[in-house]
Design a protein around this ligand. Structure first.
Ligand SMILES: [Zn+2]
Length: 230
């Protein structure tokens, strides 16, 4: 059953108790029959408008994403017995492939695993970033923004950017993987990983977008709206 307009939710009651320590009454939640969850008592994080200013750091974030991508290729190639000769992490104009964000040169035989390594790395990074961002690990606001940018957005964007190249670039990583293993498996991986990225990012943004509204102010607004409607 939904609460009556203007009524306080269990979460709001708990937040009010935690803020107004001098007024705290241990029986408030109990008297109203509320099931109070401690998780909702103190919001761990809320996005605010100034967080968009971090977009000016885009070149740094691109460099970090490129490093994660190319080092994944290099590590996988080394594990498969190849010799990595050079790693390039800044945009470069190449004779055969146009402008590349970065690339790795190696000698020796490798399999599709070396080509696919950055996309496995993206998913692992995303899941780790999602967990850290959602956790109650204490960190400054700006640092949690970096976890979101580098650990959540960056791997998702890298994968999406490279997946779409499969439609027009036969030399793209994913296109080459699809020539060595059944393309249906590549398709299944793309669909499932995109679903994880979309659901994960939407869940984080939705659950952390409106928590910076003072619960006392929120209950006042709710009550005011209720009375005005009559
Ligand atoms: Zn690559």
């Amino acid at each position: 059953m939904s609460p009556a307009p203007g009524a306080l939710s269990a979460c709001e009651i708990m937040q009010m108790n935690s803020r107004r320590s001098s007024d705290w009454s241990p029986g408030v939640g109990k008297d109203l029959g509320a099931q109070v969850s401690p998780e909702c008592a103190t919001p761990i994080f809320a996005f605010n408008g100034r967080d968009w200013l971090w977009a000016f750091g885009l070149p740094i974030y691109i460099l970090i994403g490129t490093a994660r991508h190319e080092l994944s290729h290099a590590l996988a190639a080394t594990r498969e017995g190849a010799h990595v000769e050079s790693i390039h992490l800044i945009p470069t104009l190449t004779p055969n492939n146009g402008v590349l964000w970065g690339y790795v040169n190696w000698t020796g035989t490798t399999t599709w695993i070396t080509l696919a390594a950055p996309y496995f790395c993206d998913l692992v990074t995303f899941l780790l970033g999602f967990w850290i961002f959602s956790s109650r690990i204490t960190m400054p606001h700006w640092m949690r923004i970096q976890v979101f940018a580098i650990g959540v957005l960056s791997p998702a964007i890298n994968s999406v950017y490279n997946y779409q190249a499969v439609w027009y670039n036969p030399l793209a990583d994913v296109s080459r993987v699809a020539t060595t293993i059944p393309p249906v498996w590549v398709g299944v991986w793309i669909v499932l990983s995109l679903a994880v990225y979309c659901v994960g990012i939407l869940a984080l943004v939705k659950s952390h977008a409106h928590r910076n509204l003072d619960p006392l102010q929120h209950s006042f607004i709710s009550s005011t709206r209720h009375h005005r409607s009559h």
